[in-house]
Design a protein around this ligand. Structure first.
Ligand code: ADP
Ligand code: MG
Length: 276
């Protein structure tokens, strides 16, 4: 892989879908790794109270919580975001760990329009742009206040979507939300694309859903090639390492490389308005 010469600007990429178990965390962890080995300075912000990305990268959330190195105190403005960063993946990139305490932050954000509200995370993450080329946000499986905050903080949105019945409905709702936020609070928000996941090509129903996603959204957003279903992703989460670090040619590797290339194009582009 050729290293990226000189990133011209940073990108904040939210990885979101209000449905759980669709490959958000697996995608976030593997993309962070690919962007890092391409030469970008990368940080992954785990905003899911379930802390799956934190666990996947071998950080004990209870220890991180006790040490105060999680997103929680930063969102509450008790600490700067730069004080809650930990190195992961043999130092190849950084992480802002999550903690179950973030489950409470939703109510706190909603009840305090001055210190909280829908723009608190954007403000909280802003200092990271000084240091990092790519700031990835792994979102939780709800359209919570925290997820809305992530969409308001983001330049780009990647939507992993499991190829199962009614997947299109969830995607419609999320894209509608993104459109509203673009009008109201985050005019910069672009859709990087949909990423079909957990795909079995010989399963007729899944093939039909993939065709349906193309019919519904193909004209509106980019749809990446599907990530095949393979237990290797679950094994790598258990081994606390990005799959593509342990197995660079694992199924789906080519697709994740393609997404990484798209992200790299955004940070190296001369034209500041190449987004979308
Ligand atoms: P989310 O963050 O959307 O909840 P995860 O990335 O945690 O999704 O994935 C949910 C579960 O599915 C995890 O156990 C993960 O290891 C597994 N998984 C993720 N991607 C794949 C895939 N392509 N094939 C099979 N299992 C996968
Ligand atoms: Mg997750």
């Amino acid at each position: 892989e050729p290293k990226v010469p000189h990133p011209k600007r940073s990108i904040i990429l939210a990885i979101a879908n209000q449905k759980g178990g669709v490959g958000k965390t697996s995608s976030a962890v593997n993309l962070a790794y690919l962007l890092a080995i391409a030469g970008l300075k990368v940080i992954l912000v785990d905003s899911d109270p379930q802390a799956s990305a934190t666990a996947h990268l071998g950080i004990d959330q209870a220890e991180a919580h006790a040490a105060g190195t999680t997103l929680y105190p930063a969102l509450r403005q008790e600490k700067s975001i730069t004080e809650v960063v930990v190195p992961v993946c043999d130092g190849q990139f950084d992480l802002v760990p999550s903690t179950i305490a973030l489950a409470n932050v939703d109510i706190e954000l909603a009840s305090d329009p001055i210190n909280g509200g829908p723009l608190a995370l954007r403000e909280c993450l802003a200092p990271l742009r000084e240091t990092y080329d790519a700031i990835l946000i792994d979102c939780g499986p709800t359209l919570s206040m925290l997820t809305v905050n992530a969409l308001n903080a983001a330049d780009q949105l990647l939507v992993p979507v499991q190829t199962e019945t009614l997947a299109g409905l969830g995607v419609s709702m999320l894209l509608d939300t993104a459109n509203k936020l673009r009008r109201r609070s985050n005019p910069n928000l672009r859709i990087l694309g949909l990423l079909p996941t957990l795909y079995t090509s010989r399963n007729a129903a899944e093939k039909m859903t993939l065709d349906e996603l193309h019919a519904l959204f193909g004209g509106v957003v980019r749809i990446f090639d599907p990530i095949p279903r393979t237990t290797k992703f679950t094994q790598s989460a258990r081994a606390q390492m990005p799959l593509l670090k342990a197995a660079p040619n694992a199924p789906g590797a080519g697709v994740y490389h393609e997404i990484a290339r798209t992200v790299i194009n955004h940070v190296t582009a001369e034209d500041a308005d190449v987004a979308s």
